[in-house]
Design a protein around this ligand. Structure first.
Ligand code: UGA
Length: 394
């Protein structure tokens, strides 16, 4: 008999899908006597239950960092096109968790459940993979932010390096193994002066611990591909912005402070040279992520390697290809907000920032069909509309 759609996705018998935990144990005993799997099991199974029939291309995706900025948008896009999606997020306090909870609500409304937990928790990861047969992992959980790495470097090692290895360790032991697409960063180009940045350019001069952890991840990805035959695709994102964005980023903080009539700090290079970024709009980034999943191929495992097969190991720039100065960004925000910014222009401190980023995207265009279509003005307009609405509801 052919399998029902849900049976090809979940690893349990059909009868358990709708069963609820009979009773909850006292909180203090939870870890000892209660199989905590039950806390999220039904929600996870509902989250992966396809809305319609399953196509040959149907993906079952675990999105880590799902309550994060990029994670939320990618989860929604996958769910809306009919894939099965489950999120994982530790809801840490790097920035206001209220925003993460609002993104979680948004996801839940669209049928995407986010499990609360850390990627370093291998027991939790194993339980998730025991419950659902994920075909893909979209790994976006990370400690982000370039300048915060000077304040708290170990949080970057914990999330970006240890967490990544913990995820890969779990994936390498599965059968079949999922394909993994994960977030690298434009910051790996570090002190490179050759522009625009191409994937084959050197990435051995990181300017921050954050960049160093993303570069380390690229090397770690190489080793897991080489030894365990995991399909791994790293996406070097270039300063992603848009609705539901991260409050620690310049465009978000500038908007907030301009509206409040507070000063904003605008960094400049030595001698008044303007600092520039290849600001990339979230919808374009999402298209890059989805295309990376669609073309990820398969993890072949050591077995496949013995047969002479190769699992994909890829890295792509996901940028906008038209860098703009921070000064220009501020000017656009002033126009959209109809309010003058109070600029405090300062020389860029040597705290991990680089002067300029610019992506060459020809590889992503060729292999992923990636082609960004949103200019900074259009993207910021959408951000400002969202922001104004969001703070009113807040
Ligand atoms: O491309 C990337 O991979 C990185 O993009 C962003 O990092 P960044 O480009 O530094 O983004 P912002 O923090 O929004 O800064 C944008 C620009 O504004 C400038 N800036 C920032 C803050 C500020 O108060 N004033 C100011 O002029 C920065 O120097 C930078 O040139 C993200 O924060 C990183 O997580 C991501 O990895």
């Amino acid at each position: 008999a052919s399998k029902s759609p849900i049976q090809s996705i979940v690893k349990e018998t059909h009868s358990t899908i709708h069963s609820k935990p009979s009773s909850a144990p006292p909180a203090s005993l939870e870890r000892v006597v209660f199989n905590t799997e039950h806390i999220w099991k039904n929600d996870v199974l509902n989250s992966v239950t396809p809305r319609g029939s399953i196509s040959d291309h149907h993906k079952v995706v675990l999105v880590t960092g799902a309550a994060g900025f990029v994670g939320t948008h990618v989860s929604l896009a996958l769910k809306r096109r009919g894939d099965s999606v489950v999120g994982l997020d530790n809801f840490n306090r790097y920035y206001d968790p209220k925003l993460k909870r609002s993104r979680q609500d948004l996801l839940l409304n669209e049928g995407v459940y986010v499990v609360e937990g850390d990627i370093n928790d291998m027991e939790l990861l194993n339980r998730l993979f025991d419950t659902v047969r994920f075909t893909h992992v979209m790994h976006l959980a990370a400690q982000a932010g370039v300048r915060y790495a000077m304040k708290n470097p170990s949080s970057y090692i914990h999330s970006n390096i240890a967490g990544f290895v913990s995820l890969l360790e779990v994936c390498k032991s599965l059968n079949p193994k999922p394909a993994i697409v994960w977030a690298s960063s434009s910051s790996v180009y570090g002190l490179n002066t050759k522009l625009p940045f191409s994937e084959e350019d050197r990435t051995d001069q990181p300017a921050s611990v954050y960049a160093a952890t993303k570069k380390a991840d690229e090397e770690i990805a190489h080793s897991y591909n080489h030894i365990y035959g995991l399909s791994l695709t790293g996406l070097r994102f270039f300063t992603v912005y848009g609705p539901w964005g991260r409050p620690d980023m310049a465009y978000f903080e500038f908007t907030k402070n301009i509206l409040k009539g507070k000063k904003i700090t605008v960094f400049q290079g030595p001698g008044g040279v303007s600092v520039g970024r290849d600001f990339t709009y979230i919808d374009d980034v999402v298209k890059g992520c989805v295309a990376a999943l669609d073309t990820a191929g398969k993890s072949i495992g050591r077995e496949g390697k013995r047969k002479g097969l190769k699992a994909p190991l890829r890295v792509f720039n996901i940028g906008n290809t038209s860098p703009e100065s921070v000064e220009k960004l501020v000017g656009i925000l002033e126009r959209l907000l109809k309010k003058k910014a109070m600029r405090d222009v300062q020389e860029m401190p040597k705290n991990g920032d680089v002067m300029f980023t610019h992506a060459n995207i020809s590889l992503a265009a060729r292999e992923l069909g990636y082609m960004p279509t949103t200019d900074l003005e259009t993207g910021l307009k959408k951000f400002v509309e969202w922001y104004v609405d969001w703070i009113q509801k807040d």
